[in-house]
Design a protein around this ligand. Structure first.
Ligand code: URA
Length: 448
């Protein structure tokens, strides 16, 4: 529908993008109709990007009321197909993270929750800015297809209770277009825009319940804990209004999660974790999240019971077997999961040694993420290709002691010319102190 027709359809009401932008710029509250008019107009190319950018900037500075955010979410959700998964299962539970460095939780959690009987229809994203993307990580398993048809997605869910794929063109297309514009107009880190972006696609994907991992800290998009809490509460409210169950967990991103950063390195760490040999922070977050998913999916009656179930499914190998089953369904090379040395690896490996002696007091996680992108683990722009074997393996995290000359990290890359600069950037990302720093909290808050 063109904007003109939309305007005509609105009986005698005539809306103007200019007047709506002006109203928001002056701090006014927009009606559901005005917001829908802007979203549809931009999605259908009737409102040009320069006007929509101005609208986004007005929202960035003036914010939005809860009603406005809800209207924005609904318009974006209804811009494409809204799936119903009721033919697959009564209790479908999806999980979404706001994005972090070394955040590989979904790849462990989806098969773990499915092994416990929850149906997990997971639509995931690609790397964004300094953060990695689940789709890119999965694609480092040779042959793994993330562009499933709806028919294959549904078939795999019925057969194995788990499927992981990319957002289709038909799901919340307005979010895709608006996100691309936000990315180049400095309007990403806005709470109303993030909430509407995440919730519009998650609601359109049709899961009955949703677990949200809201990252906070120097490696997250939202760095301040108060703002992260606002975002989490807002998303839970939106879900409730749309009659979906939702739990949001605010988790720490002041250092990478686990030790591996980069696609195949992270798959190896996921395999280790599913064999119960993974890093403690990663394992405990996955177990906590699985317990929430079991509760949301009515598989257990308490978080404690869910944690016990999750630990058992890791220990007896069911969760790892489920990962292999999902990979097989989606064309992935299962042999490389059974023998991770077959996963892609980078040509050059070099060690970063500590310049001083003491305790690791802080890690600039954003810088580590950007360094990983630079050496090939992420995309600098839409056209760049990811090197699946590139990345960084940390050897020390906050609170660890290091001697001078001890390895802090190992760099994996196929771009030898960048190793010197990568080492410099990484070295600057660690701060060392003579005193033992306070213990890092992994889970800050849980909002139901
Ligand atoms: N992830 C999203 O899907 N949208 C945002 O706006 C930010 C992170």
């Amino acid at each position: 529908m063109t904007l003109k027709k939309y305007n005509q359809g609105m009986s005698k009401i005539h809306l103007s993008p200019y007047e709506i932008i002006l109203k928001k710029r002056n701090g006014g509250n927009l009606s559901e109709l005005e917001i829908d008019f802007m979203v549809r107009g931009f999605n259908e190319c009737a409102i040009p990007p320069y006007q929509f950018s101005s609208f986004l900037m007005a929202v960035f500075f003036r914010g939005m009321s809860e009603d406005e955010i809800f209207s924005l979410t609904k318009s974006m959700m209804n811009s494409g197909e809204v799936l119903s998964l009721s033919e697959i299962s009564k209790y479908t539970v999806d999980k979404h993270s706001t994005g972090g460095v070394g955040d590989k939780v979904s790849i462990i959690l989806a098969p773990l929750a499915a092994a416990g009987g929850v149906t997990v229809p997971m639509m995931c994203g690609r790397s964004l800015g300094h953060t990695g993307g689940t789709l890119d990580k999965l694609e480092s398993i040779r042959g793994f297809r993330t562009n499933l048809s709806k028919k294959d997605f549904f078939r795999n869910l019925k057969k194995s209770k788990v499927a992981m794929m990319g957002q289709t063109e038909k799901i919340a297309p307005a979010d895709k277009k608006i996100y691309a514009l936000r990315d180049i107009t400095a309007t990403v880190d806005s709470i109303p825009l993030i909430a509407a972006s995440i919730m519009s696609k998650k609601l359109a994907e049709g899961a009955k319940a949703l677990l949200l991992d809201v990252k906070t800290g120097n490696g997250a998009f939202i760095k301040d804990i108060g703002d992260s809490e606002k975002l989490a509460r807002l998303m839970v409210k939106i879900a409730k209004k749309m009659k979906r169950k939702c739990t949001a967990v605010i988790t720490d991103m002041n250092q990478p999660l686990g030790y591996a950063i980069g696609n195949s390195l992270e798959i190896k760490e996921c395999i280790e974790t599913l064999h119960d040999r993974g890093p403690e922070d990663l394992k405990s977050l996955c177990v906590e999240f699985a317990a929430h998913m079991f509760l949301l999916g009515k598989k257990t009656k308490s978080i404690q019971a869910g944690k016990i179930l999750a630990l058992r499914l890791i220990k007896d190998g069911s969760a790892f077997r489920k990962l292999c089953e999902m990979a097989k369904n989606q064309g992935g090379d299962v042999k490389s999961l059974e023998n991770p040395s077959l996963l892609p690896s980078a040509k050059y490996i070099c060690r970063l040694k500590s310049a001083g002696k003491g305790y690791i007091k802080g890690i600039n996680t954003h810088e580590i993420g950007l360094t990983a992108v630079m050496i090939g683990a992420g995309r600098k722009d839409l056209s760049s290709k990811i090197d699946p074997g590139a990345g960084i393996m940390l050897h020390k995290k906050i609170g660890d002691f290091t001697e001078k000359g001890e390895p802090l990290a190992t760099i994996y890359t196929s771009r030898k010319n960048l190793t010197g600069y990568a080492k410099e950037r990484l070295l600057d990302s660690f701060s060392i102190s003579k005193t033992v720093p306070a213990k890092q909290k992994l889970i800050h808050r849980i909002i139901r």
